[in-house]
Design a protein around this ligand. Structure first.
Ligand code: FMN
Length: 183
């Protein structure tokens, strides 16, 4: 059974991102775990450099569970609203903790991510200004987490004026990604 990790960067339980994540999980087969960056109690990396020598993070918090699930999962979805063109700050804070993976590879030659994963990106924005900066960051994060290949982007724009659940392109996109991530 495939396992999917979903990192959710939205503070809203019923917002655009959560609506599309719900639809995604309804069409996804296998097991999944959602990490809500806003209430996960995960502090940002402070570049203490412990991981450069030990290949893992010295902080003891909810990130330990995220590391374990990342190592065992098959798929990763990075889902976030766009804030000032970027992923949201709490999601970037969670992402910063994957510096431990980067350092394990760079300084110790080890592979902390286990098997190679598939990845996908789901972004929502209130306007129509696009999401290329957030997409770029999400791609860097996915690669650091051990994903490879092409990373399909689902972008749900204009959420100030239209319900995400009625955005035909986004709805189709999450269904297609769920199929791709399923066994
Ligand atoms: C601090 C902040 C910055 C934002 N910056 C952008 C932006 O750069 N581009 C954009 O399209 N929307 C921007 N928005 C709007 C949100 O991306 C939009 O409301 C989003 O759909 C909310 O998603 P959610 O309902 O899943 O939380 C911003 C909102 C906030 C609160």
């Amino acid at each position: 059974m495939k396992k999917t990790l979903i990192l959710n960067g939205s503070p809203h339980k019923n917002g655009s991102t959560s609506t599309l994540i719900k639809l995604f999980t309804e069409h996804l087969q296998g097991e999944y775990k959602i990490i809500n960056a806003y209430d996960a109690n995960i502090s940002p990396c402070n570049d203490c450099r412990y991981c450069q020598k030990h290949g893992k993070c010295c902080k003891k918090d909810a990130m330990e569970e995220v590391y374990s699930y990342t190592a065992e999962c098959d798929n990763i979805l990075i889902a976030s609203p766009v804030y000032f063109s970027e992923l949201t700050p709490p999601l970037l804070a969670v992402g910063s903790r994957f510096q431990a993976f980067y350092c394990a590879r760079r300084f110790l030659g080890s592979e902390p991510a286990g098997k190679t994963k598939s990845g996908g990106i789901l972004l929502s924005g209130g306007g129509d200004g696009g999401c290329s900066l957030a997409e770029k960051s999400a791609k860097i994060l996915l690669k650091t987490m051990g994903a490879a290949g092409d990373f399909p982007l689902i972008y749900c724009g204009n959420t100030d004026n239209a319900d995400a659940g009625k955005n035909g392109g986004a709805v189709k996109g999450v269904k297609m990604l769920a199929e791709r991530f399923s066994p």
